[in-house]
Design a protein around this ligand. Structure first.
Ligand code: SF4
Length: 678
C-alpha cells in the first residue's frame, strides 16, 4: 500500500500541511496533515480539491522558442546569450527578473543570487510586491527587520481578535477555522475592520465599516482613546521603544466611523489586553499601506500588546511562499537574507557568494520595473511563475510594456498564459506535486513541499533552470548544486550574515543538514514563537513608534465611486490552477460587480444586468450584483478573471499605477471609478 507523503498546500500563506496519498500516475488523495502546526489536519476547499488540479491539461512540457518546440540546450543558450548581450551593451540594469511567491525558497534563492551577485543589478522583484510589501516596510520601520512577531497559536489564546482588511473566512479559511474554534472554546471576541460587510464581517461581534484607506485615522484615534484611559504601557515604551517627535500630538483623529461603533470598538479593546490584530491585503494594497501597517504596530507597541502570548500585530501573507521570498531577498529593496545595501552588507554578501558583480543598490520595484520595460530601459525580462499581464495594476500598460521588450523569457507550468503570449522563450517548470523544496508561511514556519509525481515532459525545477543559465554565463561553479537540499543548505548558511547583525532570521542550525535530514525535515519556525521578545534588531535594540497621518482625500468628479478589488473563496490568483477544478468553479462561476442598492438605482443598474466599470486606466464589463454589503459610493469586483478566459470581468485593468511611496505596493483597493449600464 502507498504511504502518504507529507507536503504543504500550493495556495495561501497559511501554509497548511497536507498528507498526500498518490493513487495513480497523476492522481492523489488529499487529507490535512494532523501533525502540522499550521492546520492540525484542517484544510479549506482549495486545498481539499488540489487533486483535481494535478492533471497535465494545458501544461507547458517542452522549451519553446517562439512557437516552436526547442531543445533545452538551445533555449538555455539563447537565454544566456541574450542576457549576456544586454549586460555587455546596456549594463546590468537593462536586465530584470520578475518572480513569484509561488516559487520555492530554493528557486528564489538561486534567482536572487544570480541577479544581485553575478549579473550585478538589484532588478529582481516579485509578485509579493502586490501582496504584503507594505507590511514588510512597516516591520522594517518599526522593528528594524521584516519580522512577524506572533504565531498562529496566539489566535487560539487571544481574548480579542481584530481583522483589518481581511476577508479571512474566504481568503485564509484555515486561520478562520482557528478563530472560530477560539470563539467557541474561550469566547474570543471578533472585530472586523473592513469597508465591505464581507462573509467574515457578517459573523463578527462588531463590524467597523471603515472608509477605504481610513485605517490610519481609525488606529490613531484608537490609540489616542487608550491613552486617555491610561492604557498606554509607559514601562514597555521606556524600556523598548523610541518615539518619533510629534508622535503623540499626531494621534487624535476623526476615527471616520459612527461614534457608537467607535465607542463599542474602544470598549472592547480597552477590556481585552490579550489582543491580536491580523491584517492582510485590504490594508497592504494601498497607496498608504505602510502607514497603515505602522498605525497597527504603533498601537501594539504603545500598549505593550506584543511579544507575549495572545498579543501582537500579525500580517498574514497571500501566497504559499511570500515569506520565503522575503527571507532570501526576492524583493528588490533587500540584498539577501534580510540584509540591506550598505558597503559592509554588500561586501559580506559578495564574500559569501564569491560574487564577481555584487549589485550597487536596490533594484526597481514591480510597478517601476514595468515602467522601465515600457520606456525601453529594461531590454531583457525573465518572468518566473507569475502572470503580470493580468495581475499587475493597469494591466493594459503592462501588456504594452511586454510587447515592447526585446527579450521576454517566461518560466511557467502552463502553456498558454496571458504573459506567456509575449514570451520569446518559454521554459517548462515543475508544478506543485512535482517540486521539491521548502516554503515559509505567515508565522515564519518553514515546511517541505515534496515530490508526488515524476516530472512531466521535459519540465525542470526553477532553481535548476536558473543554475543552467548561470552556468552558460560562466558562473557554473557558484551554481553547482545537484539537489534542492544543497541550495537550502547554502541559504541557511547565508542567514549567518543576518544573525551576526542581531537579526531574528537565523537558520544556521539547518546549514549542515544531510540530504536525508532535509528530506525528512519537520516544519520549524525560525525565531521561535516570539522573535522580538528580548530586543529589537535595531542598532540600539529598540523599536520605533512611527508618526503616521491619514491620507488626504481627493474627490474626482469624473470618477465619483471608489473601486475595491477582492478574492473569491474558491479561486486563486489568475485561476491557472483553481480554474481546472470543476468543484471549485461552482462557487462563483463568474465575476460580479457588487454595488449598493442606492448606487444601483442612481446609475440605472439592476441585479443580473451588465455594467461597464471605468477608471482612468481602463474599463471592463461585469454582471451586476446589488448588495447592501457595499457602502454607498463604493463598488467591488473580483481579481481572478483574465483575457484568456473572459471578454469581461478583468479587474486589474482598472486600478492605476499609484503605489505606496515607501513600499512600492500598488493601491489596488481604492481606485476612482464610474459605472454605466451596458
Ligand atoms: Fe491551502 Fe490556504 Fe486553504 Fe490551507 S487555508 S488549505 S494553505 S488554501
Amino acid at each position: 500500500m502507498t504511504r502518504p507523503i507529507r507536503t504543504t498546500c500550493a495556495y495561501c500563506g497559511v501554509g497548511c500541511g497536507i498528507s498526500a496519498t498518490v493513487t495513480g500516475e497523476r492522481s492523489v488523495r488529499i487529507a490535512g496533515d494532523s501533525e502540522h502546526p499550521a492546520n492540525a489536519g484542517r484544510l479549506c476547499s482549495k486545498g481539499t480539491h488540489l487533486g483535481e488540479t494535478v492533471g497535465l491539461e494545458g501544461r507547458l512540457l517542452h522549451p519553446m522558442i517562439g512557437r516552436e518546440q526547442a531543445e533545452w540546450d538551445d533555449a538555455l543558450d539563447l537565454v544566456a546569450a541574450k542576457m549576456r548581450a544586454c549586460i555587455d551593451l546596456h549594463g546590468p540594469d537593462s536586465v530584470a527578473f520578475y518572480v513569484s511567491g509561488q516559487l520555492l525558497t530554493e528557486d528564489y534563492y538561486a534567482a536572487n543570487k544570480l541577479m544581485k551577485g553575478f549579473i550585478g543589478s538589484g532588478n529582481i522583484d516579485t509578485n509579493s510586491r502586490l501582496c504584503m510589501a507594505s507590511a514588510v516596510a512597516a516591520h522594517n520601520r518599526a522593528f528594524g527587520e521584516d519580522v512577524v512577531p506572533c504565531s498562529y497559536s496566539d489566535l487560539d489564546e487571544a481574548d480579542l481578535i481584530l481583522l483589518v482588511g481581511s476577508n479571512t473566512a474566504w481568503c485564509h479559511p484555515v486561520v478562520w477555522q482557528r478563530i472560530e474554534a477560539a470563539r467557541e472554546k474561550r469566547g474570543t471576541k471578533l472585530v472586523v475592520i473592513d469597508p465591505r460587510r464581507t462573509e467574515t464581517a457578517e459573523q463578527a461581534d462588531l463590524h467597523v465599516p471603515v472608509a477605504p484607506d481610513g485605517d490610519v485615522a481609525l488606529f490613531n484615534a484608537l490609540l489616542a482613546a487608550m491613552r486617555e484611559r491610561g492604557l498606554v504601557d509607559e514601562a514597555y515604551l521606556a524600556e523598548h521603544v523610541n518615539i518619533d517627535d510629534g508622535f503623540w500630538t499626531s494621534l487624535p483623529c476623526d476615527a471616520g466611523v459612527p461614534d457608537a461603533t467607535f465607542s463599542q470598538l474602544t470598549e472592547l479593546v480597552a477590556a481585552h489586553p490579550r489582543m491580536v490584530t491580523l491584517f492582510s491585503q485590504g490594508a497592504n494594497q494601498s497607496v498608504c499601506g505602510t502607514d497603515k501597517g505602522n498605525a497597527i504596530i504603533n498601537f501594539h507597541l504603545a500598549t505593550g500588546r506584543i511579544s507575549t502570548p495572545a498579543t501582537g500585530p500579525f500580517s498574514i501573507t497571500g501566497q504559499p511562499n511570500a515569506m520565503g521570498g522575503r527571507e532570501v531577498g526576492g524583493l528588490a529593496n533587500t540584498l539577501a537574507c534580510h540584509l540591506g545595501f550598505s558597503d559592509e552588507e554588500r561586501a559580506a554578501a559578495a564574500d559569501f557568494w564569491q560574487a564577481p558583480n555584487i549589485c550597487t543598490g536596490p533594484g526597481l520595484k514591480a510597478v517601476e520595473m514595468f515602467r522601465a520595460v515600457h520606456r525601453g530601459e529594461i531590454k531583457f525580462l525573465w518572468v518566473m511563475a507569475t502572470n503580470p499581464a493580468v495581475s499587475m495594476p493597469d494591466s493594459a500598460f503592462v501588456r504594452e510594456a511586454l510587447a515592447r521588450c526585446p527579450t521576454v523569457v517566461v518560466s511557467d507550468v502552463i502553456a498558454d498564459t496571458d504573459t506567456g503570449r509575449f514570451a520569446h522563450v518559454r521554459l517548462p517548470a515543475l508544478a506543485w506535486g512535482e517540486k521539491d523544496g521548502t516554503v515559509t508561511n505567515s508565522e515564519r514556519r518553514v515546511s517541505r513541499q515534496r515530490t508526488l509525481f515524476a516530472a512531466p515532459g521535459e519540465a525542470r525545477a526553477d532553481w535548476r533552470i536558473v543554475a543552467d543559465v548561470a552556468g552558460r554565463m560562466g558562473w557554473g561553479a557558484s551554481f553547482a548544486w545537484n539537489t534542492p537540499a544543497a541550495v537550502f543548505r547554502e541559504f541557511a548558511a547565508m542567514t549567518s550574515l543576518a544573525a551576526q547583525q542581531g537579526k531574528a532570521l537565523d537558520l544556521t542550525a539547518q546549514a549542515d543538514l544531510s540530504d536525508a535530514a532535509y528530506d525528512a525535515m519537520a516544519p520549524f519556525q525560525w525565531g521561535g514563537a516570539y522573535p522580538l521578545a528580548r530586543r529589537f534588531p535595531t542598532a540600539h535594540g529598540r523599536a520605533r513608534l512611527v508618526a503616521v497621518a491619514p491620507p488626504a482625500r481627493n474627490a474626482d468628479a469624473a470618477y465619483p465611486l471608489r473601486l475595491n478589488t477582492a478574492r473569491y473563496r474558491d479561486q486563486w490568483h489568475t485561476m491557472t490552477r483553481t480554474g481546472l477544478s470543476p468543484t471549485l468553479s461552482q462557487h462563483r462561476p463568474e465575476p460580479l460587480l457588487e454595488i449598493h442598492p442606492d448606487d444601483a438605482l442612481a446609475y440605472r443598474l439592476s441585479e443580473g444586468a451588465f455594467a461597464r466599470v471605468e477608471t482612468a486606466s481602463g474599463a471592463s464589463v461585469f454582471r451586476v450584483q446589488v448588495t447592501s454589503a457595499q457602502r454607498p459610493g463604493e463598488i467591488c469586483v473580483p481579481m481572478h478573471w483574465t483575457d484568456a478566459m473572459a471578454d469581461g470581468g478583468r479587474a486589474n485593468r482598472l486600478p492605476g499605477q499609484g503605489a505606496d511611496p515607501v513600499s512600492g505596493q500598488p493601491g489596488f483597493k481604492n481606485a476612482a471609478a464610474r459605472v454605466a449600464p451596458v
